[in-house]
Design a protein around this ligand. Structure first.
Ligand SMILES: Cc1cc2nc3c(=O)[nH]c(=O)nc-3n(C[C@H](O)[C@H](O)[C@H](O)COP(=O)(O)OP(=O)(O)OC[C@H]3O[C@@H](n4cnc5c(N)ncnc54)[C@H](O)[C@@H]3O)c2cc1C
Length: 482
């Protein structure tokens, strides 16, 4: 089969580009090297839909950030994704930082961010009583939102698949050759594809992919790690808004981010590293995060910490998003250097790639059957009493509570296993149904999730992965049989 478009990488960029292309009557395939969509930067970030106060005016980041922020309201309706419209404060502690607030107020206005204003200490404290006492002034950024990043990517792929796109995971692109008007793409798993266009949305690996095609890649990826602490959702309401410090030379700094489901995320730090995917955490990094947070709020309930994690930003030497056609090979498009605010900008990135880079080159016929809507699966815990009664009547597995912390039933898990983009690992179920995302982090329910996955997928429990390929938790049978 020959495709018109082959997209490499199913993070938020590739997922939304796939969906955007599904609006046209073209053959598109999305390839992912991992055993699930959105396993890299898209699954380990602050989840903020930034307002656009931060990027340099005139940059692609500034334009696509502000546009992307608005497009999330449309995505919420079309894809039924979580979107928490909680706003944000950037806080200052002294005259110097107050000067920075004024600078960012002007920058936000230049970038077209609506509703920005300075508030004094008393006004800010009234809205956020747990602000640190040392805070003297804040910049109010009311269009800041929070989403559930991997759910947005998975929902976009599900909608794209529903509209005719093919999604194949466990396919690691390792060789790309140009033959006449086609690219021939080979994967480590032994599959060969042909496509007229290749879109490189491989995140931190974008430079590696580009080197398969170009002699002189115009950017170099300089990975930056960011570490986080997650507080349990019992802290819900401690702060309502996202809290930012004033930015420094390393970026936006350590933030406090109330999440859609009630948890609070604290982080990230920002450390250059050579590895493209080392997502470990360190005591030093977590201490930096705690110190940063203590400048934002007082009496932070750190004792409610349920886990730490880190993500790797695909920053580049270009210092802006590098979204351009190849200078050497027609039909190869770079979507590279997508660090922050890539999550926010992604819907606008997708439009930019299709409408600005592709359509002027060739007319794309409209997909007359495009359906923009995709329906989320409602969890039992979110159902009304009558919905629960109906659900239980139809499937008694809704009566088996598996994840006690997040109140997720077997019925919920089964439905998330069989979604259009299947959840077939323990982490994939955590990402989709939140089973194992609570205070015990799967300690009490993981074994049951493995059993349910094995039963539904027709596999043995030994074959069920925790996360990436080869991460099976159970290594061999013992004499105890269930
Ligand atoms: C710590 C941190 C905090 C952040 N906070 C925010 C925030 O609050 N708001 C915001 O807007 N942005 C934020 N960002 C940025 C945002 O997360 C990223 O810009 C976005 O997730 C990038 O998505 P992507 O699809 O480009 O890359 P990725 O999500 O990394 O996806 C790339 C995909 O390509 C796949 N791939 C790579 N090589 C191959 C290959 N050879 N073959 C097949 N597939 C391949 C990978 O497996 C991966 O799934 C943050 C990032 C980090 C790391």
């Amino acid at each position: 089969m020959t495709y018109d478009f082959l997209i490499i990488g199913s993070g938020i960029s590739g997922a939304l580009i796939a969906r955007e292309l599904s609006k046209y009557d073209v053959k598109t395939i999305l390839l992912e090297k991992e055993n699930d969509a959105a396993n890299h930067a898209t699954s380990a970030n602050s989840a903020i839909i930034h307002s656009g106060y931060d990027p340099d005016p005139g940059s692609l980041k500034a334009k696509l950030n502000v546009e992307g922020n608005k497009l999330y309201d449309q995505l919420e309706k079309e894809l039924d994704i979580p979107l928490f419209k909680n706003g944000a404060f950037m806080v200052a502690h002294d005259k110097d930082e107050e000067g920075l607030l004024e600078r960012y107020l002007e920058r936000a206005k230049t970038n077209g961010v609506p509703g920005v204003a300075l508030l004094d200490q008393a006004e800010a404290k009234k809205l956020e009583p747990n602000l640190a006492d040392s805070v003297t002034k804040v910049l109010n950024l009311p269009t800041t939102k929070v989403t559930y990043p991997w759910e947005v990517a998975i929902a976009s792929i599900e909608n794209a698949v529903d509209n005719g796109v093919l999604f194949e995971k466990n396919q690691t692109v390792e060789k790309i050759d140009k033959q006449d008007e086609y690219y021939v793409i080979k994967t480590a798993e032994g599959t060969t594809y042909q496509s007229r266009y290749v879109i490189n949305a491989a995140g931190a690996y974008a430079e590696q992919i580009a080197k398969m095609v170009e002699k002189n890649v115009q950017y170099h990826i300089t990975p930056r790690k960011g570490e986080y602490i997650v507080l349990d959702r019992r802290v819900q309401g401690f702060i309502k808004r996202t809290l930012y410090p004033t930015p420094d030379e390393k970026g936006k700094g350590v933030l406090m981010v109330p999440q859609f489901h009630g948890n609070i995320l604290i982080g990230p730090n920002s450390e250059l590293q050579s590895s493209l995917d080392d997502a470990s955490t360190s005591k030093g990094g977590i201490n930096v995060v705690k110190e940063g947070a203590n400048r934002l709020a007082k009496n932070i309930p750190f004792h409610q910490t349920i886990r730490t994690f880190s993500g790797v930003r695909a920053s580049s030497t270009h210092h802006d998003f590098y979204i351009k056609p190849s200078l050497e090979q027609p039909g190869f498009i770079h979507v590279a250097g997508i660090d922050s605010p890539g999550l926010t900008a992604a819907p606008a990135i997708a439009k930019y790639v299709v409408e600005t880079l592709i359509i002027p080159q060739e007319t794309l016929p409209i997909n007359k059957h495009f359906n923009p809507r995709r329906q989320a699966i409602k969890l039992y815990d979110d159902m009304s009493l009558s919905e629960r009664q109906e659900a239980f009547k139809a499937d008694q597995r809704y009566g088996n509570l598996v994840c006690k912390c997040e109140r997720i039933t077997e019925g919920d898990i089964v439905r998330h296993i069989h979604r259009a983009v299947k959840g077939d690992s323990v982490k994939a179920i955590k990402k989709r149904a939140r089973a194992g995302a609570g205070i015990c982090q799967g300690g009490y329910c993981e074994h049951q999730i493995i059993k349910i996955l094995a039963k539904e997928l027709g596999k043995t429990p030994l074959e069920i992965n925790y996360f990436a390929k080869g991460s099976n938790i159970l290594k061999r049978e013992t004499k105890v049989k269930s």
